[in-house]
Design a protein around this ligand. Structure first.
Ligand code: SF4
Length: 525
């Protein structure tokens, strides 16, 4: 048997490490060490049900496992082959048989490309990644494709940046490839700082080699031989697994010099972020890697011309990279067959807030919010009504119930006043005060503004004060108009994305829930 135990941050925080220890002891006591293989995996996605354990070949999905449940699992299931039904995720219980996970509401509409190995392999063992076609895409790119063919494939796939902006990845690569320089760089943005977002963390914890492989492919495509992964120091499990993966890839000759005997050299280093949200902005991130204070720089010049250390650089987010090896292996037609006209492939969302199945999901672009919330997410606890979902963190906006059936993709989200962002999706029920939500996100951006430019440094503070006045019941209808005007000034005059998007939560709640603001003011109509 193979016993998979989730070792992602969610399950680790609910004691899965201790469960692994107890499990190994019980297996030893039962004399089953040779027959049973314990695998610490990355995230399965159903974080609300952690700690999670799955036993194969039966595919029994045990949820909320406690240390005291382990002796029964070992003596009944592993020794006698009798599944412990009371511990099964009830969605998988089908009278006398158990359903496959893919038949459950949580998984059946999901399509896992970026997350394909999360919850499947042990991310600390490179052989497990290789057994899942790992590094085959790098081999294919280096031995069967020219750098231009790699770029053309990514361009043709329609892959767009998963970090928020949605810029076409292949176009970004071609711009950097076209610039001649003695040195170029490939960077990975793992500075995931949005409240409620944990997609990149889970990907790095569950499948770090996919990111390494993709960065090496990107290096080949643009002519770079050095990469940097900029990751938050607050993600210790991801950092540790990434370092193990880099060391193993070097040992296997998959990083370093003369990879696959082709003469191509590429190596990677990790740089830790110190918790500043602005360092997720591409130019601030590069300034931070250079060892300076992480402040944004004006663009142009764009990183493809003058990026890290003044050299042509590409920066992609973790999820964007996680798609690359599969696109190279399976081709652009396979990838672009999924999704909507202008948003191809899938998107990973971190589901949070007022929803049953808090966790990590990956769905084809074009899936509706209703499908994500009601079917995959299992609906809202306590039979409460859906009020809105916040996407894109502090840069995004609130999607109200009237847009529950809009297919989610980059362009549709912008059209309804939100944005894809990196994929945080926070669900709010009928009890949530939308003015409080706007205030929460604005407070976050006020704290995180780097202070370099006035519209953001001062503007967001003034905006917060106005919002605060309204929530104290001292605002007027005129204040609402002034607030809206200030939002547009901040958006159009700030230097970087942080300031340009900071008013979005205020604007989108004003647009859809103006009556809630009006209920707070003193001169109500
Ligand atoms: Fe700094 Fe805000 Fe200006 Fe960006 S917009 S440079 S975060 S002050």
């Amino acid at each position: 048997s193979n016993v998979l135990v989730c070792g992602g941050t969610g399950c680790t925080s609910s004691n899965s490490e201790y469960i692994i220890q107890v499990l190994k002891k019980e297996i030893q006591k039962a004399g089953l060490e040779k027959e049973v293989n314990v695998v610490r995996t990355g995230c399965f996605g159903l974080c609300a049900l952690g700690p999670i354990m799955v036993i194969y070949p039966e595919g029994a999905f045990y949820s909320m496992v406690k240390p005291e449940d382990i002796p029964e699992i070992v003596s009944e299931h592993l020794l006698k082959g009798r599944i412990v039904t009371r511990l099964l995720y009830q969605e998988t219980v089908d009278e006398d048989t158990i359903k496959s996970l893919n038949e459950t509401d949580f998984y059946k509409k999901q399509h896992r490309i970026a997350l394909r190995n999360c919850g499947v392999i042990n991310p600390e063992i490179i052989d497990e990644y290789i057994a899942m076609d790992g590094y085959a895409a790098l081999g294919k790119a280096l031995t069967e494709m020219t750098p231009q063919e790699v770029i053309d494939t990514i361009k043709d796939s329609g892959l767009r940046g998963r970090g928020g902006g949605g810029f076409p990845t292949g176009v970004k690569w071609s711009l950097a490839a076209a610039n001649q320089a003695d040195q170029k760089y490939v960077c990975c943005n793992a500075d995931e700082g949005d409240p409620g977002a944990f997609m990149d963390r889970s990907l790095l914890e569950g499948d770090p080699h996919a990111i390494i492989e993709a960065m090496a492919i990107a290096g080949y495509a643009i002519g770079a031989n050095q990469g940097y992964i900029y990751i938050r120091a607050e993600y210790p499990i991801a950092v540790k697994r990434l370092q193990i993966a880099i060391d193993q890839a070097r040992e296997y000759g998959l990083l370093g010099t003369d990879i696959f005997g082709t003469g191509f050299d590429f190596d990677l280093d990790i740089r830790l972020g110190a918790g500043a949200f602005v360092c997720g902005e591409e130019t601030a991130l590069m300034t931070s890697i250079e060892g300076k204070r992480g402040e944004p720089r004006p663009r142009p010049p764009f990183p493809a011309q003058k990026g890290l250390f003044g050299k042509p650089t590409i920066l992609n987010n973790v999820e964007t990279y996680a798609n690359i090896p599969q696109i190279i292996l399976k081709g652009s037609d396979w990838f672009k067959a999924m999704g909507t006209e202008k948003s191809k492939g899938t998107k990973v969302f971190a589901l949070g807030g007022k929803i049953h199945n808090t966790g990590l999901v990956e769905v084809p672009m074009g899936t509706t919010l209703r499908e994500i919330v009601e079917e995959i997410g299992g609906g809202i606890p306590g039979g409460k009504k859906f009020k809105a979902a916040q996407t894109g963190g502090p840069s995004g906006g609130c999607i109200p119930a009237e847009h529950f059936d809009v297919p989610i993709d980059y362009d549709n989200l912008i059209a309804i006043g939100s944005m894809m962002g990196s994929g945080g999706l926070i669900v709010m029920d009928e009890d949530t005060c939308m003015v409080d939500i706007a205030k929460f996100f604005l407070e976050f951006t006020v704290d995180e503004s780097c202070g370099k430019c006035t519209p953001c440094r001062i503007g967001t503070k003034r905006l917060y004060e106005m919002l605060d006045k309204i929530t104290r019941g001292e605002g007027t209808l005129e204040d609402l108009d002034k607030m809206e005007e200030l939002c547009y000034h901040i958006k159009s005059n700030s230097l970087c994305g942080l300031g340009q998007t900071a008013p979005n939560p205020v604007l989108s709640t004003l647009k859809y829930f103006r009556e809630e603001y009006e209920a707070h003011v003193v001169d109500k109509k």
